[in-house]
Design a protein around this ligand. Sequence first.
Ligand SMILES: C[S@@+](CC[C@H](N)C(=O)[O-])C[C@H]1O[C@@H](n2cnc3c(N)ncnc32)[C@H](O)[C@@H]1O
Length: 348
Amino acid sequence: MSLRDRLQKGISEGMLCVAMSIGLRTGLLKVLLEHHESISLEQLAEEAGCKPRYVEEWLGVMTSSGVVEIEPTSQTYSLKPDYRREIGDDPYKNSYVVFSAFFQLAVGASALVQDAFKQHGPLGTSYSDYPEFSDLMDLLRATTCTEESIRKMVDTAPGLRVKLESGVQVCELGAGKGHQSMLMAKMYPKSTFLVTDISEEAVHKGQKIAEKQKLTNTKWKVLDASDVPRSMDDKFEVIFLLDSLHDIPQASQSLRCCKNALVKDGHLVIMDPDMESGHSRNSGTYSTLIYGFSMLHCLPVSLGVPGSQGLGAAWGKDKMKLFCTEAGLRVILCKSTGDGYVMLVCSK
Ligand SMILES: C[S@@+](CC[C@H](N)C(=O)[O-])C[C@H]1O[C@@H](n2cnc3c(N)ncnc32)[C@H](O)[C@@H]1O
């Protein structure tokens, strides 16, 4: 396919992604899902609380791309049955619909990122340039992270399940709103989970959810993962860094902190995108997606902090292993999970 054709196809599909995200965030998708019969533009706009003229253009994207069908005589609209089935009852529960919202968020900051590319431009971006980042991240986790996926992760790390079931001190660094820690807190009630992130907003929102769910075995703390106090030395049997290490500007320092905070033979479990280290060893759709999100979000938020190591989401497993070893950790396991992540288990 020529570059022209690829770009035309890409721009068209990109427009669909943004339209999906707008449909998710405005409630248009929800209204379409609620109506099994086709509905008029006016009804759709009214029920979603939107202006009809905008909805008309949105439907243009959705019908021309074949996601929404139009009944030609009545000029009414419905989701294509295959897609309706695929999305399910709630569009917020479909990972790729939520991912479209991430796409919109990342692309929305692209002009700022572009400025940061330039020699005399800013260092990078900040999380505030991506409004609602932690909420979207949490929604995405809710679509992919289940008791089954946690069990799979825990069972992959030798000896981890026995520890968590017996009741140990656990810490998650860079946890966002802590979806995964909260799930583990429910599954392993004898263990206590200290859930931390550098974002005050994410930690406070997560804590409120945990309080509502009466998760008394979670504790919450705003914490820079590369500035863990020495009072936490030898405190934790298990530390998790789930999809966060590449975002931490001082990742090496953070790994040294993990080593200090772990008890002897404790587990450090790291999950990061399943990439190889080096351009020549990555190709295809998934790699482009990870490099793209990294270019527009992960790398610039990291580089925005002076002195950052700027790893980016695509730094790859060889570099991950090297960084862990250099921090004085023993790498026990490095395994692809089969769903886009690589899991590294280290001990001290
Ligand atoms: C990609 S998100 C992952 C969040 C969560 N672990 C998950 O998987 O849903 C990366 C997280 O790292 C956090 N983060 C970035 N730099 C950090 C630092 N220095 N210390 C602690 N957390 C940090 C961000 O606030 C963000 O919540």
